[in-house]
Design a protein around this ligand. Structure first.
Ligand code: ZN
Length: 404
């Protein structure tokens, strides 16, 4: 019980932290698998609406988790700055117990008007929209409930450069647990707000040139579950020691850490794919799995011009079938820092140093401060033992060259 209370307090304190343009990221596995991600914006009232929504879901989940095997809570988000004043944000929740529950919640906030916007503030003639939507729903979902159709609401929507997407929670529309979304082309609507077109110039970043002695000992540092506010500090330490690492990033966060991702490539580190929303892979359908991979590939490519070649399974677990659905190479580790568990520099070093061998892959995490605090000393110690730091892909290449 004490543990539960403490965890909850940690969550609350994380939720109420108020920084701009950070992502709150909680990934842990104990009684349950929990992966919660959402942004902290520079709007207080928006942050507090998000916090109370997430807190409620978390609390409800904690109350029922003991009744099930392998329960899982996953909250992911989308964030879009529509123009300099208006933010549109969605939170999607999946809860796995003996069934799967999907929820969606969206927020649209106008900083200039200091208010949350409804569909009526965005689209000129909602009546026309309403007519079209009902027609489409009736065609698509024969089982759509007439009560639902007559009381249909447009509380949940996201907007990108092409579409207005409307969401309906499953309970409102059909008996299945998938929520339903309808894309409506922006060209077919009269909008009451301006939407800035994104400039999607893919940057052309030159990766750092390196010289590696294939005959000398090598080791690969890897960081999972980032990026986060600590990633920058980790990159600074790597740069100071002219070393590198491989970052297995969670796709839904990377847009907030664009500079860090670009630095990874520029400064000789590697970016790997660690899925989009950090769900337990064994539960996903083929399409869901491919979607988790591809969304992450696409967003990394757009931000850095680099396309990852390696994938690290979430929670370290997967079945071999999944490997046939992607060209990415699956990468685990052979030295585990246990940083998230021991939370202490000396213990982290003790978990790593005696176990490192030529060709080791070391697992650490960059979504908390523990590994970052141990990193400087770790690099110094390994350099004393004449290790060269390489990325995971370089490590594979070296092993191949040595075998030939
Ligand atoms: Zn992970």
């Amino acid at each position: 019980m004490i543990k539960k209370v403490i965890l909850f307090l940690i969550l609350i304190s994380t939720l109420t932290g108020c920084q701009n343009n950070e992502v709150v990221s909680i990934i842990k596995k104990d009684k349950s698998m929990i992966s919660i991600h959402y942004p902290i914006t520079n709007v207080k009232s928006l942050n507090s609406s998000i916090n109370s929504y997430v807190n409620k879901i978390y609390k409800d989940f904690k109350n029922i988790e003991n009744n099930f095997n392998n329960p899982e809570l996953n909250i992911s988000y989308t964030y879009k700055q529509l123009n300099k004043d208006i933010i549109n944000l969605s939170l999607t929740t999946q809860i796995y117990t003996d069934k799967k529950i999907n929820k969606i919640k969206t927020f649209t906030y106008d900083k200039r008007k200091k208010k949350f916007l409804e569909i009526e503030d965005i689209v000129e003639n909602v009546k026309t929209l309403d007519y079209d939507v009902k027609q489409t729903i009736l065609e698509k979902y024969k089982e759509a409930d007439m009560d639902f159709l007559s009381n249909i609401n447009y509380d949940y929507f996201t907007i990108d450069n092409r579409n207005l997407t409307l969401y309906f929670n499953p309970i409102q529309l059909n008996k299945q647990n998938e929520f339903i979304n309808l894309d409506i082309s922006l060209d077919s609507l009269n909008l009451l707000i301006n939407i800035d077109k994104e400039k999607d110039n893919v940057p052309d970043i030159k990766p750092k040139e390196k010289s590696i002695d294939y005959n000398k000992k090598v080791v690969a540092l890897t960081f999972d579950d980032g990026p986060s506010k600590y990633t920058k500090e980790i990159l600074n330490i790597l740069k100071k020691h002219d070393s590198c690492a491989t970052f297995f990033v969670v796709g839904n966060k990377v847009e907030f850490y664009k500079n860090d991702l670009q630095r990874m490539i520029k400064e000789g580190s590697e970016i790997g794919n660690h899925s989009y929303s950090h769900k337990w892979l064994n539960r996903l359908s083929k399409d869901e799995f491919i979607n988790e991979i591809n969304k992450t590939q696409e967003i990394i490519k757009n931000l850095t011009g680099y396309l990852p070649k390696i994938f690290r399974p979430t929670y370290g677990g997967y079945n071999d079938n999944l490997k046939t659905y992607t060209n990415l190479r699956f990468v685990l580790w052979n030295v585990d820092s246990q940083d998230w568990k021991v939370k202490n520099t000396n213990k982290i070093l003790k978990n790593i140093l005696p176990n490192v061998k030529d060709g080791s892959i070391i697992l650490m995490h960059d979504n908390h401060s523990y590994s970052y605090e141990a990193l400087d000393e770790l690099i110094v110690e390994l350099k004393k033992e004449n290790y060269q730091f390489v990325t995971v892909s370089e490590l594979f290449k070296i092993k191949e060259l040595r075998n030939n």
